[in-house]
Design a protein around this ligand. Structure first.
Ligand code: C5P
Length: 332
């Protein structure tokens, strides 16, 4: 063990993700579904801070920003526990004292943006560093710990565009995207539980998979991103990508009004509108952040005058951001 335990706070940025494609390939015996999905990390992020909290007591978490639900159920605490259990106790094992974590929640919650899983991946990483235990878990075990906390968590350990297979544990990094495509995220104020969306999907597909067309689109995009794709070429594919999500129809059934919001945005922005993960976040691709920011103003005006319906608990959250392409340094 070369690392000494840290006494100053460890800060990690936990990015959101977007699914550019999401094919449901089949249902597994463990109740999860095998996927074929191209994930990209976004500049939008939560901020996690972790510091040793002394030698007695339990881990603590303090959340600010968006309401993330009860702290006890937060994946940050589960991730720290899982990392501690994976390290184990005994001679030669690094000490894993209690940690005090703070989370600044900026990513919409239960929105299809992977925020909880990203916080979990960041927590594993930060906890290991705080304990001076970065070498105690090899990449494979780190990935297994992440997968045990959330299906999307392994992706966030890679931190770059990737093809995701299995239930999320098979991560193949892709060369990625050249340039800085803008993304507009519109998240209606309805929480969508992923298990509910998969249950509706199973009901309508007799537990099998999508019709195969999304899988083909996903395979094609993965191949293109494997070679590297320009932002312009990615935007040119937005029409195909916006319908390349096998969970779209099921999410629309779980969240009444989602289809109307999507139609309203299509008309207002005159661009294809996709769904991230199991929703309810809708996305639009732009060649640059500036164009996504302009579109955000248009959508805010549309929400204000009722052109874009507010469903659920109030107006949608409207966030312009960029795709982290894997070509840049640390997120800003
Ligand atoms: O792993 P995570 O807690 O994020 O998954 C939430 C739920 O979503 C699972 O309990 C399962 O119902 C569903 N799911 C799935 N197949 C996946 C990922 C999630 O069926 N690949």
């Amino acid at each position: 063990m070369t690392d000494a335990a840290h006494h100053s706070p460890i800060v990690r940025l936990a990015p959101a993700k977007l699914n550019l494609t999401l094919a449901v390939v089949g249902r597994r015996d463990d109740g999860f579904h095998d996927l074929h999905s191209v994930f990209v990390p976004l500049a939008l992020h939560d901020v996690l801070t972790v510091a040793p909290a002394g030698t007695a007591g339990s881990d603590t978490l303090h959340v600010t920003g968006k309401d993330a639900g009860p702290v006890e159920a937060n994946l940050v605490l589960r991730a720290i526990s899982a990392a501690r259990a994976a390290i184990g106790e005994g001679p030669g094992r690094p000490a894993t004292p209690p940690l005090a974590a703070r989370l600044e929640k900026r990513i919409p919650v239960a929105a299809g943006l992977g925020g909880g899983s990203s916080d979990a991946a960041a927590a594993i990483d930060a906890a290991l560093e705080a304990w001076g235990a970065a070498d105690a878990l090899d990449p494979e075990r780190r990935l297994a710990v992440a997968a045990s906390v959330g299906s999307d968590a392994p992706f966030f350990l890679a931190g770059r565009p990737a093809l995701i297979e299995g239930r999320g544990e098979r991560v193949s990094p892709l060369t990625g995207i050249h340039g800085h495509p803008g993304i507009l995220l519109v998240t209606p104020a309805v929480a969508v539980r992923t298990p509910d969306v998969f249950a509706v999907f199973d009901g309508s597909h007799a537990g099998s998979s999508g019709d195969g067309s999304v899988r083909m689109t996903s395979a094609h995009l993965a191949q293109e991103l494997g070679n590297g794709l320009s932002a312009t070429d990615l935007v040119a594919r937005a029409g195909v990508l916006a319908s390349a999500n096998d969970l779209l129809a099921s999410a629309a059934l779980i969240a009444p009004g989602l289809a109307q919001v999507r139609r309203a945005l299509t008309r207002l922005l005159a661009r294809p509108i996709g769904l991230s993960g199991s929703g309810p976040t809708l996305w639009t691709l732009y060649p640059s952040l500036g164009e996504a920011q302009e579109a955000a103003v248009t959508v805010a005006d549309g929400v204000a005058d009722g052109t874009v319906p507010s469903i659920g608990d109030g107006p949608p959250s409207i966030i312009p951001t960029t795709i982290r392409t894997g070509q840049e340094g640390a997120p800003t």
